[in-house]
Design a protein around this ligand. Structure first.
Ligand code: HPA
Ligand code: ZN
Length: 352
């Protein structure tokens, strides 16, 4: 299919990238809190922030690695207290996603960041879930939640978190694994992932963002994940690359995140094109859009500006994102048809 779009002129790419229907599969909803909303919620909830102004907070977004980001990200999330706060945060993101022609959004959330501060699980899940329902009804965006375990905490705490979320089992579709990666390998979470799989939940995990390819192998073999979040360190391991391509294992890649966290400080060195050209099912996502300089279309725009990818890569990325989503098959088929129509129109003589 992609070959048919080789002739689409590069000048049309920015418009096409923006307009193509796409799924966003790797974004942390707490990472969508813009500094303005952090300050507005702090005021609403009488929370004192360690930054005097929006500008001072934004100026602190000069990250050297994942941990330097996480420290600020958890401070930002401390303003979330009520169900309405969680709703407002998710609703703001979902409106942005709709504007980027996201047809499906799978949102990570970190319950432990909130329950540790005394916010009840119910407050978190019901606020986020109501925004997802409204997104379908009012924006035509299909949205779902994935509960992430914080890997710097223990597996027992993850098991307890899953247990605590069970009364709202119908409000999330899967579990994931995030936070500080190095020193917290997937093998630490085998029991909780087995339990989640037994419950019929989808399973994904961050692996190979900063840590070596071995973490990706563990996520596949020990956690039996259905997608790898990030996974970019796979480029260091030829055998693993071949396996990921053979198994069509999706990688949810986040270019601006990789740039800002100094994984690939120059996007011209980013391996996204290499992953696609090697036949891997890579997708483009925003990770923490308020912290890393952009939403999903900003990520696509920056990545295409920094590489020599063409319309075939654009189509492949959108098709991969839809295929790798956990949406119902009938929805996926409808979005794929929309995608093909979008590109077929762009390729027609006289388009542009
Ligand atoms: N990596 C790990 N944990 C995270 C991230 C990330 O990029 N964003 C929010 N939590
Ligand atoms: Zn992430």
């Amino acid at each position: 299919m992609a070959e048919a779009f080789a002739a689409i002129p590069c000048a049309q790419l920015p418009a096409l990238l923006a307009a193509m229907p796409k799924a966003e599969l790797h974004m942390h909803i707490e990472g969508s809190l813009e500094p303005e909303m952090i300050f507005a919620l702090a005021q609403r909830n009488s929370v004192t922030l360690p930054y005097p102004s929006v500008e001072a907070l934004r100026a602190a977004y000069a990250f050297t690695d994942l941990q330097s980001f996480l420290d600020i990200y958890y401070a930002g999330a401390s303003v979330l207290l009520t169900e309405q706060d969680f709703y407002d945060m998710a609703w703001a993101y979902l409106q942005r996603a709709a504007a980027d022609h996201v047809v499906r959004a799978e949102l990570f959330f970190d319950p432990q960041t909130h329950t540790a501060r005394g916010v009840p699980m119910q407050t978190v899940i019901l606020g986020l879930s109501r925004a997802c329902r409204d997104a379908q009804a009012q924006l035509g965006v299909s949205a779902a939640l994935i509960l992430c375990f914080l890997r710097h905490l223990s597996e027992d705490e993850a098991l307890q978190t899953l247990q605590d979320a069970l009364p709202w089992r119908d409000h999330f579709i899967g579990v994931g694994l995030d936070s500080s990666e190095v020193g917290h390998p997937p093998e630490k979470f085998q029991r909780v992932f087995a339990r989640a799989r037994d419950m019929g939940l989808h399973v994904v995990a961050h692996a190979g963002e900063e840590a070596p390819p071995e973490y990706i192998r563990q996520a596949l073999d020990l956690l039996k994940v259905q997608r790898i979040d990030h996974g970019v360190q796979a480029v260091r391991d030829k055998g693993l690359m071949q396996r990921l391509a053979r198994e069509r294992m999706p990688l949810t890649v986040c270019p601006l995140s990789n740039q800002k966290l100094q994984v690939f400080p120059d996007l011209r060195d980013h391996p996204l094109k290499a992953l696609l050209d090697a036949g891997l099912c890579a997708t483009v996502n925003s990770d923490d859009p308020a912290y890393f300089g952009g939403y999903v279309n900003d990520n696509l725009r920056a990545m295409f500006a920094a590489s020599n990818m063409d319309a075939r890569h654009a189509w492949q990325l959108a098709a991969n994102s839809i295929d790798a989503s956990f949406a119902p098959p009938a929805d996926k088929a409808a979005w794929r048809a929309q995608l093909d129509e979008c590109f077929t129109e762009a390729a027609a003589p006289g388009a542009a």
